[in-house]
Design a protein around this ligand. Structure first.
Ligand SMILES: Cc1ncc(COP(=O)(O)O)c(C=O)c1O
Length: 285
C-alpha cells in the first residue's frame, strides 16, 4: 500500500514525514480552524461554500491567512491526484493553525509567525444503505461546548467526549441541548419535519452554519416545502413527524429514536425520501 501523501506548509510529502513543532499553537491550544470537504463522483462537493466558511472561521479567530479560493482548490486537486488509489468515497481535511510561537503564551505571538497549513485526503465509510433505510438512534446531552459554535474551531474536546458517550450508549448521534433548546449535533445540524414544514434552528452564532443545511434549505425551496428557521424547544422533538441530522459525510441521516422515545411512527419518513433522492441527484450534477 503506497503511503498517503499529505500537504504541509508548501510541500507534498508522505504522511510519515509530515511533522509540526511541539510549539505549534494548534498542538498547545487548539488555536486553529478546519474544514472537511467531501468528494462525490471524483469532484469536490460545494468547495466554495466550505472555503467561505473557512474564511469566516479564520477571520473570527483573527488569523490572517488569506489565500485566493482558486489557490485552495488547486491545492486540493493536486493532493487528490497524489493519492489516486483511495477509491470513491473520500474527503479533504484542511487545518490551519496560528503556527509555532517562540514561547507558550496565551496571547498571540508578538513576532510574526507563519500559520501551519495541513491538508490530507482520506477515504471515509459512508452511512450504510441499511442505516438510511432503518434510521438511527440519537441521544440528548447538555451542550457543553463553548459559545462561539459558528467557528469551525479545532478545539473539539467537548465534542469528542459527547461522541464517545453516544457510541457507548449505542447511538449514532447526539442532539445537544442548551438552555432547553435542541441546538445541533456534535458534527451535524438538526432538522425537523412537522405537518410537512421543515424546521431548523437559525444561524445565530450558536450553531455551525452547515453546508449540507444550506443545501437542505435549497431543496426545500425547490420542493415548495415551507421552512421555518427557529429555536427548537426540547418538547418539540416529541411532536416531530421526522427528525434528521445533516452533515457533509453523513448527508441526511434520519433519526428514528431519541433516548427512549420513538420519533414519529418510528420509521424513516416520506419527506426524508424526497430530500434524500434530490440530494443524490445534486451529487451527480
Ligand atoms: C458542530 C457541527 N455542526 C454541523 C456540521 C455540519 O456541517 P456541514 O454540513 O458543512 O458538514 C458540522 C460538521 O462538521 C459540525 O461540526
Amino acid at each position: 500500500m503506497p503511503s498517503r501523501i499529505v500537504y504541509l506548509n508548501g510541500h507534498f510529502l508522505p504522511l510519515e514525514e509530515a511533522h509540526v513543532s511541539v510549539m505549534d499553537r494548534g498542538f498547545l491550544f487548539g488555536d486553529g480552524v478546519y474544514e472537511v470537504i467531501p468528494i462525490f463522483c471524483g469532484k469536490l462537493f460545494r468547495p466554495q461554500a466550505h472555503l467561505q466558511r473557512l474564511k469566516a472561521s479564520l477571520a473570527a479567530i483573527r488569523l490572517d491567512c488569506v489565500w485566493k479560493e482558486a489557490a485552495y482548490i488547486d491545492l486540493f486537486e493536486k493532493l487528490l491526484q497524489h493519492n489516486p488509489e483511495q477509491g470513491e468515497n473520500r474527503s479533504v481535511y484542511i487545518q490551519i493553525t496560528r503556527g509555532a510561537g517562540e514561547n507558550r503564551e496565551h496571547v498571540f505571538p508578538k513576532k510574526e509567525v507563519t500559520p501551519t497549513i495541513f491538508v490530507q485526503c482520506t477515504p471515509f465509510e459512508p452511512v450504510s444503505f441499511e442505516t438510511y433505510m432503518q434510521g438511527a438512534k440519537a441521544i440528548t446531552l447538555p451542550d457543553i461546548r463553548w459559545a462561539n459554535c459558528f467557528i469551525k474551531a479545532i478545539t473539539l474536546l467537548p465534542n469528542l467526549l459527547l461522541a464517545q458517550q453516544a457510541l457507548e450508549e449505542d447511538a449514532k448521534e447526539v442532539i445537544l441541548i442548551r438552555e432547553g433548546m435542541a441546538v445541533e449535533g456534535v458534527a451535524s445540524n438538526l432538522c425537523l419535519i412537522k405537518n410537512n414544514r421543515l424546521i431548523t434552528p437559525p444561524v445565530d452564532g450558536s450553531i455551525l452554519s452547515g453546508v449540507t443545511r444550506s443545501l437542505i434549505l435549497e431543496i426545500a425551496a425547490q420542493q415548495q416545502i415551507p421552512c421555518i428557521e427557529q429555536k427548537i424547544p426540547v418538547a418539540m422533538l416529541q411532536e416531530a413527524d421526522e427528525i434528521w441530522m445533516t452533515g457533509s459525510l453523513k448527508e441526511i441521516l434520519p433519526i428514528t429514536q431519541i433516548d427512549e422515545m420513538q420519533v414519529g411512527n418510528g420509521k424513516v419518513g416520506p419527506v426524508w425520501q424526497v430530500f434524500f433522492r434530490c440530494y443524490q441527484e445534486i451529487k451527480l450534477e
